[in-house]
Design a protein around this ligand. Structure first.
Ligand code: GLP
Length: 261
């Protein structure tokens, strides 16, 4: 894991956008993995700015979402499909038809999960996957206790996650769906490069467990330790419980210009 501790969210946005741009420069048809939530918003803002300045084009890319709520109607503003359109797709030149997420209203949910896995495989797999992390250490909606070998499936959301996400549903936890479809931990680990963003002190313990704790289903993000190419982008507050923070800072400041993320 390359752990990068930056001063604030703006810098995290720039380095995250650099990571995406690096893949698109290598392959304009790169397959992007997109995350919803507040963590990647600065990355999306920076990608939008670069596309507006004609420094970057995502027009040839395809994209896959990590997860989706079960049962929200297609026109509900909080479906992750609608959220990612508002947060990213409308501000870049991605073809909206090339952005796919699992369908949380499918009649056959297990069948939808299997065909979503197949669609990612048919696209050649994800080149660069953006990730946030929940305060409980979840990635996508792989809640604590998730199998580290899991694939896309139906999951029950924890009370904690539903409380955390109630802010998007007028503060009403009962309006937050109880179930979701989510890429599994093993699905996520299949992506060629993982770029995880965590901001703020509320994520500090989860970040410590992910980077420095034992690999454990109790902290599903700790499975990222098993991946050969992970970039973890943190602000000072999210990095505040890392035992090796000084070493990560030295490594980043000594990184040669020619070395990719
Ligand atoms: C949600 C999403 C995750 C996200 C996490 C953290 O439950 N399913 O993909 O990483 O919560 O969200 P945020 O970035 O808003 O803190």
């Amino acid at each position: 894991m390359e752990v990068v501790i930056l001063e604030g969210a703006e810098q995290v946005g720039r380095v995250g956008a650099d990571a995406v741009a690096q893949h698109v420069a290598r392959d304009p048809r790169a397959v992007l993995g997109l995350a919803t939530g507040s963590s990647p918003l600065h990355v999306y803002r920076e990608l939008g700015a670069r596309v507006a300045r004609d420094e970057l084009s995502l027009a040839g890319c395809r994209a896959f979402l990590l997860d989706e709520y079960v049962g929200l109607p297609a026109d509900h503003p909080e479906t992750y499909r609608n959220v990612i359109h508002r947060d990213l797709v409308e501000h870049v030149d991605l073809d909206p038809a090339a952005v796919r997420g699992p369908d949380g209203c499918a009649a056959d949910l297990p069948g939808e999960c299997a065909s979503y896995e197949q669609a990612i495989a048919d696209a050649g797999g994800v080149d660069v996957q953006l990730l946030g992390i929940g305060a409980t250490g979840h990635i996508a909606f792989n809640e604590p206790g998730s199998s580290l070998a899991s694939r896309t499936r139906v999951k029950t959301l924890t009370r904690r996650t539903r409380l955390d996400n109630a802010r998007f549903f007028g503060g009403d936890v009962d309006a937050v769906p109880t179930h979701c479809l989510t890429q599994g931990v093993a699905t996520i680990l299949d992506a060629r490069h993982l770029v995880l963003v965590a901001l703020g002190a509320a994520k500090a313990e989860a970040v410590h467990q992910m980077v420095e704790g034992p690999v454990s289903a109790l902290w599903p993000a700790s499975a990222l330790q098993l991946h050969p190419h992970v970039t973890v982008l943190l602000d000072d507050a999210a990095a505040s419980r890392l035992q090796l923070a000084d070493y990560y800072r030295e490594t980043w400041s000594a990184k040669p210009d020619w070395q990719d993320l």
